[in-house]
Every structure is written in structure tokens, then in C-alpha cells.
Design a protein around this ligand. Structure first.
Ligand code: UDP
Ligand code: MG
Length: 309
């Protein structure tokens, strides 16, 4: 059977949200009058979501479960969704109903007009702390500034992509992934549709500050050399200061000035340079570590159960 829409939802401990997610997606997609499938990627849930997903799949053939062997992370779960999707249009949606399934129809309308990537822009956010909203907003703007790829601001992974785009994305097997950046990188005709991001229906966010920081680091290192350029910049600044300072100190010494005597000056200079060098080394290490991960060439994810058909 030919499938028009593949809806992909990554699931990590979302047992309370699953039934509602299924019902709302079903209602919306049935009303479109087209064929659809709902791919539920279980990202190593431990709260019984896995059984719930299997149960839904048993009841409704439109639900296709992909069960991971362990938690591989949100971005990798999305990738598995791309791999298993069979539809002409692929939609990524959060399982906590922060992205209202009803918006899918609006995205689909733009797709019908000929756009290949239709991303949903968060015009408003509900039920999130000011800290999350603020850091997210800063992050989107920083990324926009320092990368060559124009990644739209205030846009998450909620989007519809044409089969052509997903076929390209499927070939991009990098380990440290930033799907919304990748989908901006490929080009094609892209457009945003504004929507109101709802509050999480149940459960807690799976993105504590630590994970958000990791995602931000991945986004920056995957799409720019900016941190390395900062290190180079500081190198030049320190060298510049030294070039000016050396003749000044020599001159002052020769003219009998008492300035720049004592250990404090030396200590500060050594500490400053040591700091700059260690930070630069750390930045370099981040890139080399990522290279090492790529070189190992391990599979991105391991599935315990793949859909039967
Ligand atoms: N998620 C996942 N694996 C993880 C963390 C999250 O599959 O390791 C899923 C989660 O179940 C949800 C989506 O990613 O469907 C977004 O997560 P969440 O709502 O916690 O993020 P937030 O909206 O708070 O940024
Ligand atoms: Mg959420």
C-alpha cells in the first residue's frame, strides 16, 4: 500500500502521553483522507512505554514500532524514524503533545504547494520556565550568527519533509547530530509555518540543562569552526601583546624604571597564557573526540524490534 504521510514520534518514557498522542494523530490524519503511518521510536524507555507501543501496534496496523536496544537520544531516534518511514512526506513530532498534531495539516498544505521542507516556528511557548525559553532563544540566535548554514530561529524538530529530502538526510550518518541543522543544510525549497507550542501534557521534560548544553555543543561543532577561530584569535592577541610589551620593558629597564619588577607580573602572564592554551587544547579536543567517534564507524543505533513489514 502506498503511504502518503509518515508521522515519526521519538518516545522516551512517555507512557501517559502515548494514548492521547495516538488518538489525536489518528483523528487528524484520518480527516486528511490520505494514507498514513505513525512510527513510534522507543528510545530505551523504562516506564512501560515499550509495551504500550506494542499494544497500540497490535490494535492498529497504522502504528509501526521501532524499539531501540537502549537509550540512544532524541536525535538518533529521529534518524531511525527517517530510516523506517515509507511515506511521501515525513513529519517529526514530539510525543508530549507540545507540537499539536492538528498543525500537521497546515504543514501538509504548504507541502502541497510545492515546498519540500515545511518547518514549524514557535510563535509562542506555553508552560515552560523563563530560563528554558531564554536559553533556547539565545541558543537559536548564537547558532544563527556563527554557522554558515542558515538555521531558522525558534524552530525545533517539528517539521514536514518531502521524501526527496529524507532520502538525502538518510545518507548523512554523522554521529553527533543536529537534525534541524541538517535539514536546513540540504537546501531545497523551505518555508516556516508559525504555531503555538503547547505545554507538555504529562510527565517531565527529558531535556535537563546538561542535555541542552550537549545539544548546543553538538550543533556548534557540527556546523562551524567558530570555537577554533576564537582560539586562534586569542593566540594572535597574546602574541601581539608580547610583541608590544618586549621593547617597552627593555626600554624601561634600560632607562632605570622600577616598573615590572617582581614575581607577580610573571605569574599573571604565565597563568593567563596557561589558561588560554588549556582552553584551546580543550576546544581542539572536542573536535578530535568527535573525529574519533566518527572513525569508529559504529552503527548509529541498535534496534531490538523493527516493524514487521
Ligand atoms: N526523547 C527521546 N530520547 C531522549 C530524550 C527525549 O526520544 O533521550 C523524546 C521525548 O520522549 C519527546 C521528545 O524527545 O518525545 C522531546 O523531549 P522533551 O519533550 O523532553 O524535550 P523538551 O520539549 O522539553 O525540549
Ligand atoms: Mg517537550
Amino acid at each position: 500500500m502506498k503511504i502518503t504521510y509518515s508521522i515519526v514520534a521519538p518516545i522516551y518514557n512517555e507512557i501517559e502521553n502515548l494514548p492521547e498522542l495516538y488518538h489525536r494523530v489518528k483523528e487528524v490524519m484520518d480527516s486528511s483522507g490520505e494514507t498514513w503511518e505513525l512510527i513510534l521510536v522507543d528510545d530505551g524507555s523504562t516506564d512501560g512505554s515499550t509495551d504500550k507501543i506494542r499494544e497500540l501496534a497490535k490494535k492498529d496496523k497504522c502504528v509501526r514500532p521501532v524499539i531501540f536496544a537502549r537509550n540512544f537520544g532524541h536525535q538518533v531516534a529521529i534518524t531511525a524514524g527517517w530510516d523506517y518511514a515509507r511515506g511521501d512526506a515525513i513529519v517529526i513530532i514530539d510525543a508530549d503533545l507540545q507540537d499539536p498534531p492538528e498543525v500537521i495539516l497546515e504543514l501538509a498544505k504548504k507541502w502541497r504547494e510545492g515546498y519540500e521542507v515545511v518547518y514549524a516556528v514557535r510563535a509562542e511557548r506555553e508552560g515552560e520556565t523563563w530560563f528554558k525559553t531564554f536559553t533556547a532563544s539565545m541558543f537559536y540566535r548564537l547558532i544563527q550568527k556563527i554557522t554558515d548554514v542558515k538555521i531558522p530561529v525558534d524552530t525545533g524538530d517539528f517539521r514536514l519533509m518531502d521524501r526527496k529530502v529524507v532520502d538525502v538526510l538518510k545518507q548523512m550518518r554523522e554521529r553527533h547530530r543536529f537534525p534541524r541543522g541538517m535539514s536546513a543544510w540540504v537546501g531545497f525549497r523551505q518555508i516556516g509555518v508559525e504555531y503555538k507550542r503547547a505545554a507538555r501534557m504529562a510527565g517531565a521534560t527529558k531535556y535537563p540543562f546538561r542535555k541542552m548544553l550537549k545539544l548546543a555543543l553538538n550543533a556548534i561543532t557540527s556546523f562551524s569552526y567558530f570555537p577554533l577561530q576564537v582560539a586562534t584569535f586569542f593566540g594572535f592577541v597574546s602574541a601581539g601583546i608580547a610583541i608590544i610589551a618586549i621593547p617597552v620593558v627593555v626600554y624601561m629597564r634600560a632607562s632605570g624604571s622600577q616598573a615590572f619588577f617582581g614575581q607577580a607580573t610573571t605569574l599573571i602572564a604565565v597563568l593567563f597564557l596557561g589558561g588560554v592554551q588549556l582552553i584551546s587544547l580543550g576546544i581542539l579536543g572536542e573536535y578530535i573526540g568527535r573525529l574519533y567517534d566518527e572513525a569508529k564507524g559504529r552503527p548509529l543505533y541498535i534496534v531490538r524490534d523493527a516493524p514487521e513489514d
